[in-house]
Design a protein around this ligand. Structure first.
Ligand code: NI
Length: 434
């Protein structure tokens, strides 16, 4: 890691919808961006060890995937087109019970590989055997916010709290700050209020945030209302969850009062449109949430319910879904959709001003996308191109934390063939074909 200069790019800073710099230049020193501007704007005397010629390329902040279960790549396209509970009980849970620690490592490597290739530089993850996830993230060179998923009933409940305490001690702030840790109570229907209160106490003690699934399906809303006489959002608020930084996945079924709480308590939402469509959970009121002042980022959810981790595709789905649901072509315009995938996601992760923008002082998480491609001509509007026309295979070079992890489509941190081989063999063992 040293000094890198990106030259000749069309720079999309994401500061505002018109912050597009033609023939732009970005100077990077160590982990951070030191300057962003037109050609010749790098600080005087800036002597790069590496210069990236980015003519005919777009430079933009790396995508932030706010909600996934990385190792579920090993279950990709194993079970599809089933109702949620049958999908979980008959297919997903029995296989998850057979996952070994090394499976988690290799499946997370596959996730990181897919993310790097599609321009994602940071993600928020919730799963188990999280030490192996952290090892994969460290090796792959990406940025991640990691939570051990906790189920608040049964013998595992206390063990999950203890594991999370130790996991935070081992990994929070590690890998040069690329890895952060949260507590991951799975959802209000798997974590009763008394347990959520324990989680709140522990998160306060460890000074970490919380990652939880909230208000995903109508059956969750009914169940929580029946048991506690309030919505999942109000339940979470009543146990003190929102006094801490919270990343809430889904929030599909929320009303005006819920949104008011979420805005006031600065809850970060991870919107997962493709998972919500595929599992037929519903359409999150993203336009209304943004209007109410809620911070909304974008996520893919696990690869078993998507089935890829492609943030460009997710962005397009988010925009199109809001338009057709609101019967309003003005809903979620291109800048807003791209913001959710970058700066909005950074905000949802409590990293505003650190990532998600191309701005001096921010961490250098930057992607270069090739534009000399048939689907990106003619050049009228770059933001529309990115959201409505670009493909993840346009991603050419990826920088995370000031380090080049993919250059000219060659991933430098991961042995791709080894990952394919390991994951395929392990998946076959899991389903009993070997
Ligand atoms: Ni999820």
């Amino acid at each position: 890691m040293g000094k890198i200069l990106i030259k000749g790019a069309t720079v999309i800073t994401m500061e505002s919808h018109d912050s597009v710099i033609p023939d732009g230049e970005i100077a990077i020193e160590g982990q951070r961006i030191v300057s962003v501007g037109p050609a010749g704007s790098a600080p005087e005397g800036f002597a790069p060890e590496k210069t990236l010629d980015a003519a005919e390329m777009l430079a933009l902040p790396g995508f932030v995937n706010c909600h996934t279960h990385a190792a579920m790549t090993i279950l990709r396209s194993y079970a599809d087109d089933l109702p949620l509970m049958r999908w979980l009980k008959e297919k997903i849970w029995p296989l998850e019970a057979r996952l070994e620690e090394d499976d988690i490592y290799w499946a997370t490597m596959l996730c990181c590989l897919e993310m790097i290739r599609s321009g994602t530089t940071a993600f928020a993850d919730m799963y188990f055997h999280m030490d192996r996830v952290a090892e994969a993230v460290e090796k792959a060179g990406v940025r991640a916010d990691l939570s051990r998923g906790m189920i608040g009933v049964g013998p595992e409940a206390e063990a999950a709290l203890e594991y999370s305490r130790e996991f935070a001690a081992r990994w929070h702030g590690r890998a040069g700050g690329r890895i952060t840790v949260r507590l991951g109570p799975h959802a209000p229907y798997t974590c009763p209020p008394e347990y959520l209160k324990k989680v709140v106490d522990l998160a306060g003690e460890l000074n970490v945030g919380i990652h939880i699934h909230l208000a995903e399906t109508l059956s969750e809303i009914e169940e929580i209302n029946k048991k506690y006489g309030m919505s999942p959002i109000r339940l979470a608020d009543s146990v003190g969850l929102f006094e801490l930084p919270v990343l809430a996945a889904h929030c599909v079924h929320v009303d005006g009062a819920d949104m008011e709480i979420m805005a006031r308590k600065k809850v970060g939402v991870a919107h997962n449109p493709e998972s919500n469509m595929k599992l037929a959970s519903g359409v999150a009121p993203v336009t209304a949430m943004l209007k109410a002042g809620v911070t909304v980022g974008l996520g893919t959810d696990g690869a078993a319910s998507n089935n890829n981790l492609d943030m460009l595709e997710e962005m397009r789905s988010a925009a199109l879904l809001q338009k057709v649901t609101n019967m309003d072509p003005l809903a979620l315009p291109s800048f807003e959709a791209l913001r959710m995938a970058t700066a909005g996601g950074a905000g949802a992760l409590g990293m505003d001003g650190e990532i998600g923008l191309l701005r001096p002082g921010c961490k250098a998480d930057i992607i270069l996308m090739e534009t000399r491609r048939p689907h990106l001509f003619p050049r009228h509007d770059w933001l529309a191109h990115i959201v409505y026309a670009a493909q993840s295979s346009d991603v050419h070079t990826v920088i995370v934390d000031g380090r080049i992890v993919m250059e000219g489509r060659r991933v430098l941190t991961i042995d791709e063939e080894e990952v394919f081989h390991e994951v395929q063999a392990r998946a076959e063992r899991l389903v009993g074909r070997k």
